[in-house]
Design a protein around this ligand. Structure first.
Ligand code: TXA
Ligand code: MG
Length: 356
């Protein structure tokens, strides 16, 4: 266990490791006791770290909104540890939900369905639907089962900041304001879950993630709309009405300004920087095909969507930690497997006019 100095209302968050079964059990006891007492805990999930509270307790959930500085109009995901708990939280369980749950749970998929009466209005921002996920991370799963109640958990970052994928990221943000932070190491998926809305006749992907729309379509045998797309030109979602507040433009963003560009050589990229008044020594370049010469901060990521998703937020956090002003991302390959990463990228630079 290590302690980290705080500038928040709790002077010392307990940072507990789960490195072996004994520590895992101790962390489980502590986190379960904080949550059962109506408190908040930061817990690892396979996607990003979550800021957890008892989803059935309005007071506990209201603390999540307070700590994150999240608008009360943006609903939370409710995490469950089995199908019975998922059905307890929902008032309808269509065959589509059963199929997706069979195929992808536990895992990085969130399903939106009509809510049951046990879920307080604060969790769903007053709406009639609830977003449910059975997470794959063994600690999170056991924690929910131990608590015996569903757990509301948004990503453990201040509103509109980049989601945390390590405890370091957590402790630079909301971690300072909660009594316990569970350290599960770097998150395996690295970006937030795919959110699919099954509460209407036609399923809609509200947020892209590492489970792709085509994968969901092949499981369901129907075509799925996609709402979560951002157009880089306009920086807004598609023409359809906003069904998920998390689809607001300029989301998931680092402080550094993000550009997307294609280049063949370091000289190409230098010309791009000159044209756009980008100081190369204050820039992180994220490359996957042409690592450029002559740039002080270059991240070389395998050209693979899963590896890329794991690296994405880590690199953004690193750029902010280094105080860099710019991030230049080498344009991503085409293809549905990259939709989750592309979505976060387009959102993060939605207000930048120079994005191509
Ligand atoms: O991977 C994840 O999903 C992580 C981990 C911790 O589970 N959680 C996460 O939560 O990313 P959050 O709150 O940062 O994002 C939840 C997204 C938001 O875009 C929110 O608007 C949307 O899900 N959402 C939640 N409930 C909804 C509902 N009933 N209808 C439509 N969208 C909803
Ligand atoms: Mg979030």
């Amino acid at each position: 266990m290590s302690l980290v100095q705080s500038s928040g209302s709790h002077s010392w968050p307990d940072v507990v490791s789960i490195g072996d079964r004994q520590l895992f059990n101790i962390a489980l006891d502590r986190a379960a006791s904080v949550l059962s007492g109506g408190g908040l805990a930061v817990v690892p999930s396979e996607t990003v770290y979550g800021l957890a509270a008892n989803a059935l307790e309005e007071r506990a959930v209201s603390r999540i909104y307070e700590v994150k500085g999240r608008p009360s109009s943006n609903p939370l995901i409710v995490h469950v540890s089995d199908l019975e708990m998922a059905r307890f939280c929902t008032s309808a369980w269509p065959e589509t939900a059963a199929s997706l749950a069979r195929m992808y749970w536990p895992g990085p998929l969130t399903i939106v369905l009509p809510k049951s009466d046990v879920i307080p209005a604060i969790v769903t921002a007053g709406g009639g639907t609830v977003a449910i996920r059975w997470p794959g991370h063994p600690f999170f799963r056991e924690l929910i089962a131990r608590c015996g109640f569903p757990i509301a958990a948004p990503s453990a970052n201040f509103a509109n900041a980049t989601s945390p994928t390590t405890v370091d990221h957590v402790l630079k943000g909301v971690g300072r304001l909660v009594p316990i932070v569970v350290d599960g190491g770097p998150c395996n998926v690295g970006i937030e879950s795919t959110v699919v809305d099954l509460s209407h006749e036609v399923p809609i992907v509200l947020r892209a993630g590492m489970i792709s729309r085509t994968a969901l379509e092949s499981t369901l045998g129907v075509s799925i709309d996609r709402l979560g797309e951002v157009s880089p030109a306009k920086g807004t979602s598609s023409q359809k009405p906003l069904r998920s507040p998390g689809l607001l433009e300029r989301h998931y963003s680092p402080r550094a300004r993000i550009f997307v560009a294609a280049w063949k050589s370091g000289n190409d990229l230098k010309r791009f920087c000159e044209a756009n008044k980008i100081a190369t020594d204050s820039t992180l370049v994220m490359s996957h095909e042409h690592p450029p010469e002559g740039f002080p901060n270059v991240s070389v990521i395998p050209q693979d969507p899963e590896a890329y998703a794991r690296a994405l937020y880590s690199d953004w956090h690193r750029a902010d930690e280094l105080g860099l002003q710019f991030i230049i991302v080498e344009a991503l390959p085409a293809g549905d497997a990259w939709d989750g990463v592309r979505d976060r990228l387009l959102r993060a630079c939605a207000l930048d006019s120079k994005v191509r």
